[in-house]
Design a protein around this ligand. Structure first.
Ligand SMILES: C[S@@+](CC[C@H](N)C(=O)[O-])C[C@H]1O[C@@H](n2cnc3c(N)ncnc32)[C@H](O)[C@@H]1O
Length: 296
């Protein structure tokens, strides 16, 4: 989990890193499309790896600005996936970014997990980790934390998650079928953590509701939907400027969007972000965690 991201079209992600080589300004190269997979990750971090190092190198520590609440989040996911519900075999994670913490608990019950994101560099980080690459980001602390809750052995659970991640695919939540052109049958469970609010931050509420509908269309009737979202952001900070946010998400609107997309909400929890004098990335107020079931 981490910050909202301000670059939300594929063009934004394809900012050319050649600026460093040629001395040209990044702005003058913004229009230039590279065929390479080395895209700028967002407006704060050049690469997905930099993002990981910033937000997750002390993953169980407290980041008061963004309300990074890893222990709370892992605890919510643990409770969800150790309950009585049958989450099926096949799970899709939408907007995975370069992270896998959100899938640790799920991997105990769902043996086939597909990770998806618009950013290929983020997916490449997941692939490295799945393949046991020695340069992959280290998720051991998160895995150990969940294993303490489960009473399981972390080495075998880490392997279980690595084996469960079957593929990483490009997705775009703005498409009616976000996984197009890749074809999958409908999923038993869909998770999305901190993706839609970032993707839609300047696009308004009706676009947000469309993205909720788009990703819920990938879920089987009777399947489960798990969402984590930042709430109450009124601005993002970029280059020292406060950029007004267009969604102003509150739990009521998020839940209404889910309901309009055919999801019956079963459980919600809220984590309140600690008060702080100055915000670094945004003025996020809380985190909403939702478990729902597709009924239509
Ligand atoms: C804040 S990160 C969250 C990553 C991860 N889920 C987590 O919990 O840390 C948001 C992710 O949404 C992805 N994203 C942004 N716009 C998107 C879009 N239109 N379609 C799919 N993913 C998108 C970004 O590339 C980024 O990896």
């Amino acid at each position: 989990m981490a910050i909202f991201m301000l670059a939300h079209s594929i063009e934004d992600y394809i900012t050319c890193t050649a600026a460093q080589v040629t001395g040209a300004s990044a702005n003058s190269l913004r229009q230039f499309r590279m065929s390479s997979e080395i895209y700028k990750y967002d407006d704060h971090f050049k690469t997905a790896r930099e993002y990981l190092e910033h937000f997750h190198s002390d993953m169980l520590g407290e980041d008061v600005d963004e309300g990074l609440a890893m222990a709370w989040t892992l605890g919510q996911l643990h409770q969800t996936f150790t309950g009585d519900r049958d989450f099926g075999r096949r799970l899709l994670d939408v907007g995975s970014g370069p992270t896998v913490y959100q899938l640790i608990s799920a991997s105990r019950v769902c043996p086939e997990i597909i990770c998806s994101d618009i950013h290929k560099g983020a997916l490449a980080e997941i692939k490295k980790w799945k393949n046991g690459d020695p340069n992959a980001f280290d998720w051991t602390d998160a895995v150990k934390f969940v294993c303490e809750l489960e009473g399981t052995r972390w080495e075998s659970r880490q392997k279980q998650l690595q084996n469960a991640i079957k593929d990483t695919v490009v997705c775009d939540v703005f498409k009616e079928n976000p996984l197009h052109p890749t074809v999958f049958s409908l999923f038993d469970t869909v998770i999305t953590a901190y993706c839609l609010e970032g993707a839609c931050w300047d696009k308004g509420r009706s676009t947000y509701a469309d993205t909720v509908r788009n990703i819920c269309s990938l879920l089987k009737p009777g399947g489960y939907f798990i969402l984590m979202s930042y709430i109450g952001v009124t601005y993002y900070i970029e280059g020292g400027q406060k950029l007004p946010e267009s969604l102003r998400l509150d739990p009521e609107f998020v839940l209404k969007s889910l309901s309009e997309a055919g999801i019956t909400v079963l459980e919600t929890s809220v984590y309140k972000t600690p008060e702080r004098e100055e915000c670094v990335f945004s003025d996020v107020k809380s985190i909403l965690y939702v478990v729902g079931k597709k009924t239509q």
